[in-house]
Design a protein around this ligand. Structure first.
Ligand code: ZN
Length: 407
């Protein structure tokens, strides 16, 4: 199937962001992204390819490489991007906008703009993998320093409506420039390459940039206080509070005008789901701060912090924010919204993306908060954290910590 505009240009633009990083180390316009010639075979090893894939469900996109096993040199990059990403961001925007279809049904541009902003980022991200780069899940706490993080759209409330203007970043990040410089720099003859490479990393550290990848970032086993998936902000707890405000505003505004004329009323429930669970990833991030650690992939002599538990004040603040996600005032679906959700029409049954329910065909107003609360508690009290009570040494008082701590 032909990839149509405006998605095609968004993918090309996002891929081209990397040129900013290559120009920064002196390669002028050397990194280019173009349409594949009609007669080229996508499997031809001479072409790095971005493939647009249609699937029947939402799923991961991939950035893979063919490398020379003898040297590790990357010969060909191959990216697969799933088209359902467009639908997901479109749906988020549709849910968060204030009465988008009140006056006209073709008011889809703001949703499309959000989806395109996301797909530019995704294109850059997957191409980043083909260049040899791994995730940096700490980048969002460094002012969106890398396209190799998972970005969550960042919204704010302005005049009682949701402002989309800062939803996604729009270019290559500071960390991305560091990794391109590290992996692709050509140093002048006579340079001590080891020293020159170390200098790149030392500068990144002194600029305050962090690099923390997959094993430390997931909500189940990860422990790092700054590395999370789909989070925002330098302070995880204050971003969570902001998100709850965004969510509350959007839910208050939510109405039948979040779908188009002649769309099945049952569809409104599907539009509501991503709004209802809007805070889920930031909540995941916050639970990792409780009993969490700060650390670096440090080496002897580099001066970086080795490892330390998150300070108590930060944990207290974060716990307060997390407890709001269990508060009925936050997670109960407001009574006046329940009349928006009828039993689903024939042909519009539940899918794995729908709310769970225990009340047969009728909308189950209690199962949604149950799912949300389950998520918060399941992560907050995850067995890997354990509960450990330490007696602080030296000053006689007892300190109670969730999880990993140092005696
Ligand atoms: Zn990735």
């Amino acid at each position: 199937m032909v990839l149509r505009e405006p998605v095609r240009s968004a993918l090309l633009d996002g891929g081209r962001w990397w040129n900013q990083a290559f120009e920064a180390i002196g390669y002028k316009n050397a990194f280019q992204v173009k349409m594949l010639p009609d007669d080229a075979d996508p499997l031809d090893v001479r072409y790095n390819v971005i493939q647009w894939v249609h699937r029947c469900t939402r799923g991961w996109s991939y950035g893979a490489s063919v490398a020379d096993p003898r040297t590790g040199e990357i010969i060909k990059g191959h990216v697969s991007l799933g088209s359902l990403r467009i639908r997901q961001d479109f749906l988020i925007a549709q849910a968060l906008m204030n009465k988008p279809f009140e006056e006209r049904d073709d008011n889809y541009q703001p949703m499309l703009d959000l989806a395109l902003a996301r797909i530019r980022q995704l294109s850059a991200h997957e191409i980043g993998h083909t260049l040899g780069f791994s995730h940096n899940f700490a980048a969002s706490t460094n002012g969106r320093a890398s396209v190799m993080d998972y970005p969550h759209p960042q919204f704010s409330v302005k005049n009682g409506e949701i402002d989309f203007s800062n939803a996604y970043d729009t270019g290559i990040g500071e960390w991305d420039k560091v990794i391109v410089a590290y992996a692709y720099s050509d140093f002048p003859e006579g340079t001590n390459e080891r020293d020159a490479l170390n200098e790149i990393l030392e500068k990144a550290t002194s600029d305050g940039l962090r690099y923390i990848s997959d094993q430390d970032a997931g909500p189940q086993g990860g422990a790092h206080m700054y590395a999370h998936l789909w989070d925002n902000g330098q302070s995880i707890s204050s971003e969570l509070l902001d998100m709850l405000k965004v969510r509350e505003t959007a839910i208050a505004n939510f109405s039948i005008d979040n779908i188009r004329t002649n769309e099945a009323n049952s569809v409104l429930e599907d539009v509501f789901a991503p709004l209802y669970f809007f805070h889920r990833y930031q909540t995941e991030a916050a639970t990792k701060v409780i009993g969490g650690l700060d650390y670096n992939y440090s080496v002897k002599g580099d001066g970086q912090l080795t490892v330390a538990p998150v300070d108590k004040r930060t944990q207290d603040q974060t716990l307060k924010a997390i407890l709001l996600t269990l508060d009925a005032n936050e997670i109960a679906i407001p009574k006046d919204k329940l009349s928006l959700f009828p039993p689903r029409a024939i042909g519009f049954g539940s899918t794995r993306e729908s709310f769970n329910g225990k009340t047969g065909v009728s909308f189950d107003a209690l199962s949604a908060p149950e799912t949300a609360a389950d998520m918060t508690l399941g992560l907050l009290l995850h067995p890997r954290k354990g509960f450990k009570i330490d007696t602080a040494k030296g000053h006689g008082s007892k300190q109670y910590w969730f999880g990993r701590s140092f005696g």
